[in-house]
Design a protein around this ligand. Structure first.
Ligand code: GLV
Ligand code: MN
Ligand code: MN
Length: 416
């Protein structure tokens, strides 16, 4: 097997240009991207991605949940490919880098290997996973979750967005319900490059995060049922106000996460008042909650404390509160051999690095449950993500793509 040294590098300009080329699909006036999964802008970026993969000589196929796979043959086709990639959907007010960097860096790795005439022993397969973000359809990372068997394909196809459109209908409307059953594209390992989406690497002036673990996630759908009544005539002690109840729940969530901190976070991200009106006391509110920790025991404590606090608030205010746990993702511990491979690549390239826990969820976290997986992080400006202001430097994106490439080469092997 041939050894490839640090002189093999991706093309930073080409990677940067492709990131900015895709940013026009769903570009927002503030410089961000709105590319909700399976919407018209997602179709545009998918068509673009398919064409670029085919131009790079990849065989592209799509599975029944719309995840896209571009296969580059290896010398030994009896080996399952090494997977690399991420996602191309964004948050409603998302940035140019979340998911995009990892997917386009995977394309850049293929282009670089093509230009250098390098054949790998095992094939490699670049991926664009459907609905990583989870903002249109829940849960987040649903296609990779179905891939690993956490949900059936039928279950995911029937999930609906706020307008009542199902995943199946959305896939058909953009022509991305593929013919491959979910899970049939096998991998011998998976590596995902991503921006950190947090402040640690930037604060410590490190270029590469060697991701060894990821936070677990609890997602809840909540509903508060109080009583609608006249804002002018209903005395304060007689009210059963759903919004005042939510206010207490939000503060309870914050206090509980703080109490279990620094290894816990909690957020109420959505709240919808039914039939809102200035002079009606809110009677019905739907809301969502997102709680995370990298420690399973803390996740259990968050769940317990949250339920107890909400029950007490509801009883005192004489309202009904239901809380459905719609998603529970345990903490991730990435495969030690692949984590070491990422670290070795960073060292070989002479890049400053540290081990790090991912605060965000990623498709690699799901995939790690059925195959060895690992992640590479690069810093993002001020640690900001899920925001149109999200930014990362050209040099850091290139450094991350180089670590990705050399990790994949070490895993796939280079044919002599
Ligand atoms: C995915 O973006 C997440 O919620 O972590
Ligand atoms: Mn992402
Ligand atoms: Mn995201």
């Amino acid at each position: 097997m041939t050894q490839i040294g640090s002189n093999l590098q991706i093309d930073p300009e080409r990677l940067w240009d492709t990131i900015h080329e895709t940013a026009k699909f769903g570009a927002t006036p503030k410089g961000g991207v709105r590319r909700l999964t399976l919407g018209p802008e997602d179709k545009q970026v998918r068509d673009w991605f398919r064409a670029r993969c085919e131009a790079a000589g990849l065989e592209v196929h799509v599975d029944a949940l719309g995840s896209m796979f571009g296969l580059r043959k290896g010398r030994d086709m009896s080996r399952a490919p090494i997977g690399l990639g991420s996602h191309l959907d964004t948050q409603p007010t998302g940035g140019k880098f979340d998911g995009v960097l990892g997917t386009l860096a995977a394309l850049e790795v293929v282009r670089t290997l093509n230009d250098a005439g390098i054949e790998t022993e095992a094939p490699i397969c670049i991926c664009n996973w459907t609905n990583e973000e989870g903002s249109r359809f829940a849960p987040a990372m649903m296609a990779s979750a179905a891939y690993v068997g956490d949900f059936t394909t039928e279950d995911i196809l029937s999930r609906r967005d706020a307008a009542g459109v199902s995943v199946g209908e959305a896939l058909d409307s953009i022509g991305y319900r593929g013919d491959r059953p979910v899970g049939t594209q096998k991998f011998s390992g998976f590596v995902e490059l991503h921006i950190e989406q947090g402040p640690i690497l930037e604060a410590e002036n490190k270029t590469i995060g060697v991701v060894d673990s990821g936070q677990g996630v609890l997602w809840y759908d909540g509903r508060i049922t109080g009583f609608e009544s006249h804002a002018g005539t209903t005395p304060m002690p007689l009210r059963r106000d759903a919004l005042a109840t939510l206010a207490e729940i939000v503060l309870a969530m914050e206090a509980i996460a703080n109490r279990h901190g620094p290894k816990a976070v909690g957020t109420v991200g959505e709240a919808v008042i039914a039939n809102p009106s200035r002079n009606v006391i809110p009677g019905e509110i739907a809301f969502t909650m997102d709680c995370r920790s990298a420690e399973a025991a803390i996740m259990d404590a968050l769940d317990r404390d949250l339920r107890a606090a909400i029950a007490a608030i509801a009883a005192r205010r004489k309202v009904e509160v239901t809380l459905d746990l719609v998603w529970r993702k345990p903490p991730t511990h990435f495969d030690p051999r692949l984590v070491d491979a990422v670290e070795s690549a960073a060292k070989m390239l002479g890049l400053s690095h540290r081990r790090i826990t991912s605060g965000a969820g990623h498709d690699a976290c799901n995939l790690n449950t059925v195959m060895p997986a690992a992640m590479v992080f690069v810093p993002c400006k001020d640690g900001v993500s899920h925001n149109e202001l999200e930014d990362a430097s050209k040099a850091d994106c290139a450094a991350g793509a180089n670590v990705l490439m050399h990790t994949v080469l070490a895993l796939a092997g280079v044919a002599s």
